[in-house]
Structure formats: structure tokens, C-alpha cells
Design a protein around this ligand. Sequence first.
Ligand SMILES: Nc1ncnc2c1ncn2[C@@H]1O[C@H](COP(=O)(O)OP(=O)(O)OP(=O)(O)O)[C@@H](O)[C@H]1O
Length: 586
Amino acid sequence: MTQYSDNQNPKSDAHSPIVTVNNAPSDQPATLWLIDDDAALRMVLADTFEDAGLTVISFTQAQAAWTRLNDALKQQASATQLPDVILTDIRMPMMDGLSFSDWVHQHFPDMPIVIMTAHSDLTSAINSYQTGAFEYLPKPFDLDDAVATIYKAINYQPNMAIAHYSNESDTQTTIDARADSDITPETPTSTHSKHSKNKAEVTTTSKANSNPSGIIGQSQAMQTVFRAIGRLAQSPISVLITGESGTGKELVASALHQHSPRKQQPFIALNMAAIPHDLIESELFGHEKGAFTGATTTRQGRFEQANGGTLFLDEIGDMPFSTQTRLLRVLANGEFYRVGGQQPIQVDVRIIAATHQNLEELVKQNRFREDLFYRLNVIRLPLPPLRKRPEDIPALATYFMQSAAEQMNTTPKHLHPAALQMMQTFDWRGNVRQLENVCLWLTVMATGDTVMATDLPPELLENTPLDSELDQEHDSSPQANAENPQLQNNDDLNNQSQNNQVTQAPASPNWQKALAIWAEQSLNTGETDILQTATPEFERVLLTAALNHSGGKKIEAASLLGWGRNTLTRKLQQLDISAPRVPSKE
Ligand SMILES: Nc1ncnc2c1ncn2[C@@H]1O[C@H](COP(=O)(O)OP(=O)(O)OP(=O)(O)O)[C@@H](O)[C@H]1O
């Protein structure tokens, strides 16, 4: 199976002066031009790449690198001073990395550029690949991965099969300056090439809406998805999107279409599971008048309607076996017959299929054609379940609270950090769709402008891991302790020790969440000065635990807490805790 990480050919513009990068083997290490306006990052990256055997030339801005390349283009600089690979940031003053990459690929089509950005979303991934970038690295990235990517870029250059990584086989890129030196290339910011016009359009879209595809995600897993979309959007190849229900398969299919050359043509989505089996063929391929009872008129199928565009076949695992055979034929030669038809119909349709099922398993059970599976599985794009990327939940929730408010024609509610934390621990079996529904529910049901943890719907409150700890929290909260003074005296210190209550407290960091919920509940009941209530109780718990741990030895307990003995003695008095009797003398 080919991974989506297939390399694109850098673009070239036939009317632009072009410099070809030759890759004659050389004893010199490969040269990397590193462009980033962040001095600290530049230093870290330069050290890393030098350690990896590269010669690194750093630039604080793309404009300076552009000037040197432009001089080479006009044959005013030595071709040997040009880089084997360029690594550039996107957002920089004067000239941005995308304009620079775009220009480089018009004039040095063989020179690989790797684009990195801290503002990584689908738009920047798509824009990067559209400039002809070899690869796109969302920050923060693993330095080893970055080194591997840079060497992959160097080795990708045409006519070059020798890795720079080993010292014995270093090569150097040289420039064959075939360009007409009379032609002065326009600067990337002023160029009117078709190339730049396309990009300008993209930029306009991106200014109007920073996330035109509506796909949100900062997690590494989603960055991988964005990169895949960036690479695959331009290609006509079939894609198989896999993932649990509600992970965004249709959204991704639609993004692949929206960013493809087919975007002006239809995107038609069809859910195989939602159509009765005996109607699927007619739905897909259309029918002639009289083909079956009820076929009173000739009708176009979805394939014809999607001609020139994209057909998204959702839940492909539910497609009947006989229809799979017909689909395979269309995929093979782009031709089919309407149901009851005699004339072959030719279409140009990109197929994107999706499933939440294990197609390999269906093939084993003879429920899915193996040949169709291989045809669809050329490129597979797996979408991660939401519970595997809780870091995406805050941005997704904010987005859904905003859109729910728009739907309800009201102002968006804000999520209290405790509520958000609980949402991040939930397992979201329904994935992003479930989160979207919860946000809609909260917009309607929660009182007040801020959604508290206690406002969350019952399915969340009942099923978060925090639940059991919440119960403990109720028992050990300052409020509960106040109502249960026994726990505050020395006898109970011993009792606690015997019952091992303190040591049985959850070791998980969820105690902070429990504390947040206690705080929220206290505030909800109108309490003030909650820090004054909580702090002594917090100290009491730690002091008790330390004394238990030390078997009542105060010096040891003080040291466990990081206090001096005097402080410990003072706290024991303040908190009215009597130190337990211990056998040892202090
Ligand atoms: N990353 C995301 N950012 C924003 N919205 C998302 C994201 N992922 C999914 N959604 C939203 O979640 C809902 C479900 O997404 P979608 O229908 O694409 O999932 P699916 O995997 O195709 O589901 P199913 O398998 O049930 O058809 C949609 O409203 C979609 O807009």
C-alpha cells in the first residue's frame, strides 16, 4: 500500500526562467538554508542540522535568501553557493515563507523546500503544498523527524541517489544556470504569474475565514491528517478514509474535494448504509424508463451527477456484493450502464470512500471484494477517535459553542475550566459529533453565561473517570470536613492511619479536577473567601499524610513536607492537630 506521503514533483512555470539543480556527487556536506525570524529556534535547528552533518546557512528573513537566489538567477552569484535544501518558516516580516516557496519553485523547480509553521491548520498545510513544497512540518516537531525529512528532501532531488547522511557518500547540489540573465524575475510579492494568482485566491479565502474547511485540530494526529489532505487534494487518486463514526470522515472527504482542481464541480455524498440494497444500483448508476416497476422516467445516477467532481461513498462496507462488482468496473475504466440501459456512459469521477468497519475482516468473511478493497485501499487516511486527542477538545468545544449560539440566535456561553477538564476525560464514543451535540445541549440547557462542570449533561457526569473521585471529594472536601469534625482531631488521625484513608486517596492528578469542582460548587452556593477555607484543609491533608508516613515523627514529617520543624509545630497548633504518640523519641 502506498502511503499518502508520496512526494510531489515540484511545480515549474514554462514561461519563467528556470534554474536546474544538478546533483553531482561531491565530498562537501549538503547545504541547508534555514530561514526563521525566531533567533532561539534558529539556533537550536542550526545546531541540530550541523550535528547531523549538514552545512547550515541561517537567514533571519526570506527576503535575504530570495536576494541570493535571485543573484544566482542573474548569474551574479556562484552556483555552488546555492543550497541543496531550504527549510523556511511561514510567518516572517517582509516576505512570507509561502510567497518565497512559490517563487523558488518557479525558478528552481528541483530545489526542495520544507515549510514549517507554528500556526498549523489545514489552510497552511494546503497552501504549503500548493506552492510546491516538498514537505510541511507543523511546530513543534521532533528534531529527529526534522533531520530525517531534510535528508529525504535532499535525496529526493532528481538524478541523486546517494544519501548525504553518511560521510563517505556526500553529494553537493550545483546550479546549471540556464536561465536567461536578461530576464529579471519579479519578486514573489509582486509577481503576476498564474501560480501566484492561485495563491492569492487562497490567501483571500483564508483571510475571510481562517478555517474554510471547518476542520479543527491542533493534535499531532490531526496535523498528520492536514498534511495528508494537503498532499492528496491535488491528486485524482481514490482515497479510503477510515475511522469511528463521527470522527469527521465526510468533513475530510469534502475538504479533499474543496481543495482539489475539481472544486467547481459537484461533491456528492452517499451513505451506503442508508439506502435500501435493492435501490443502490439505481441510485449510483441511474436507470432507464421501464427498467423496473416504478421506473416511470429515465433517471441519472449519482455517478453521472458527480461527473467532473467527487463521489463520496460513505459506509462502503455496507455496499452489496453485486454493486461492488459494478463499482470495480467503473473504477477500472470510468464506464458504466444505467440499470436497464444499453449505452455505456463515460464519467470522470474521483472516488473517496469511507468506513468505520474493518474492511480486511469483511474481505476474509467474503463480504467485501478483495480486488475492490485493493483498488480503494491505495491511499488510506485513518482519522483518530476524539478520546485519543483530548487536546483538540477546547478548540472544538469553543467552535461548537459558537456555532450552537449562532443556530440559537443567542450569545455563546463559555466553558468553565473544570467543565472543559471533565470533557477532556470523557471517552466520546460518538466522537466529534457527540461533542457537537453536547455543545448544542449546553447552549440550550445550561443556566448562566458560564457552563459549570455540574451543568454537563448526565451522560458526561455519570461516565467520566472523575465520578468516583467526586464522591471521595464530597467526603473529604472542606465542607464535608467541617460537617464531620471528628476527622479533624488527633484520634481521627490515628483512625485515618488505621483505615489507610489518606494513602487510599487517588494517586491520579484528578484531585485537581475534584478541587475545581468543589470550588465551583462552593461558589454556586454563594460562598466567598474559598481560598481561606480550602488552604487550611489542603495543608491538613498533606500534614496528616506526612505524619502518617513518618509514623508520627515530626522532624521527618516536616522534612517530607519541605517545612522546618518550627513551621510544622506552628501548623499543628493552627490546624488544631495533635501529633500522634509515637514510640520513638524526637
Ligand atoms: N475536526 C473537526 N473539526 C470540526 N468539526 C468536526 C471535526 N470532525 C468532525 N466534525 C463535525 O462532526 C460531525 C460529524 O462529522 P462527519 O459526519 O464528517 O463524521 P463521519 O466520520 O463521517 O461520521 P459517520 O461515520 O457517522 O458518517 C460533523 O458535524 C462535522 O462537521
